[in-house]
Design a protein around this ligand. Structure first.
Ligand code: ZN
Length: 342
């Protein structure tokens, strides 16, 4: 029988200090060449070990082999010039100097397939692999070639599909697309955002997920969240179409969130990775707090479709805080498993 409420994480986990500067996004590597390759693999194994020790059921690489959840993938593509930079507004929220799309984009070779094979060799547990979604990718670039957000998104969707098929062949059980841009550009999400995501998963037999969120606990995000009011109903405009899509799983932040839990009713039928761990705080949740969030979610998500999860990636946290939070997640899930089986 399948385990009820299998726990997972939304994405990144902290890296060891010998590999990259801790508690920092875009942290530069501290190793080079062969040492870096080996260091990344060691870090992946440690990250996996932390997940297994804390009872996480659906494990990942903790994104130990990438610097950033979007940039690292794009760095492996041709058609994007990282030397030629322009300042653009990311998700209508903060300015950043970004690379330029200078020609047709393509993927000369697989990006994460070897890392995924390595992870597969290390564990028998189901594994989840994260890729950036097409809309979030275009939102981190200046486009001087296609001059159309939609066209570029379709191109990225084709590339993501090639990558996803190889990850599936490497033994990945769930491929997740990170689309934080989905809670900013609602009209585009409905016009072509979900459609490009469906292009990215075309032909896959493994499960697929989309992670939508309000971002890491960095200042630009926490400032933006203050402007959103007391109830965040942004998902209301995109959930109906997401519900009708081919995506199997939706990953969302639910703990310490202003997203009204009843919005989950709009995606009833999908599996939901319910974020029950706040990644923007160093305070460790108690198992009972985790259980409370899961109980609320269970009113709108069928028990056999609920995966307790973190709100977002945990890369900016310290390793001991992240590990304690994973343990709390599992302990909270265990409380609800007992309640459900009583
Ligand atoms: Zn996130």
């Amino acid at each position: 029988m399948k385990k009820l409420l299998p726990t997972s994480t939304a994405g990144s986990l902290p890296k060891p200090a010998w590999l990259a500067e801790p508690e920092t996004l875009w942290s530069p590597w501290k190793l080079q060449n062969e040492e870096l390759v080996e260091g990344k693999q060691d870090a992946l194994r440690l990250s996996l070990e932390d997940q297994q020790q804390t009872g996480i059921d659906i494990v990942s690489d903790g994104e130990q082999t990438r610097q950033h959840f979007v940039t690292t993938f794009i760095e492996h593509l041709s058609g994007v010039d990282f030397e030629k930079r322009e300042t653009v507004r990311i998700r209508n929220r903060y300015d950043a100097s970004v690379p330029t799309v200078v020609g047709a984009v393509s993927r000369p070779k697989p990006v994460f397939a070897d890392d995924a094979k390595f992870l597969r060799q290390q564990t028998d547990k189901p594994i989840k692999w994260a890729l950036p979604g097409p809309m979030t990718m275009i939102d981190t670039l200046y486009d001087s070639h296609y001059k159309s957000r939609e066209k570029l998104a379709w191109e990225f969707a084709k590339i993501l599909n090639q990558e996803a098929r190889e990850l599936e062949a490497a033994g990945v059980d769930i491929i997740q697309f990170d689309e934080p841009a989905f809670n900013v550009f609602f009209d585009e999400v409905n016009d072509w955002g979900i459609a490009t995501l469906e292009r990215a998963i075309e032909g896959l037999k493994c499960e697929t997920a989309v992670h939508i969120c309000y971002g890491y606990g960095i200042k630009a995000n926490t400032d933006w969240k203050k402007t959103l009011g007391s109830e965040w109903r942004q998902y209301e405009s995109i959930f109906p179409q997401l519900q009708k899509s081919n995506i199997d799983i939706v990953s969302l932040e639910c703990h310490n969130s202003h997203v009204p839990m009843d919005l989950l009713e709009l995606i009833r039928g999908k599996k939901v990775m319910v974020g029950a761990i706040d990644v923007a705080s160093n305070i460790i949740e108690t198992p009972e707090e985790v259980a409370n969030t899961l109980r609320k979610a269970l009113k709108f998500v069928d028990a056999d479709k609920l995966c307790p999860c973190t709100n977002c990636g945990m890369a900016p946290l310290s390793r001991h805080v992240a590990k304690a939070k994973l343990a709390a997640l599992n302990a909270g899930a265990e409380i609800i498993r007992r309640e459900l089986s009583a």
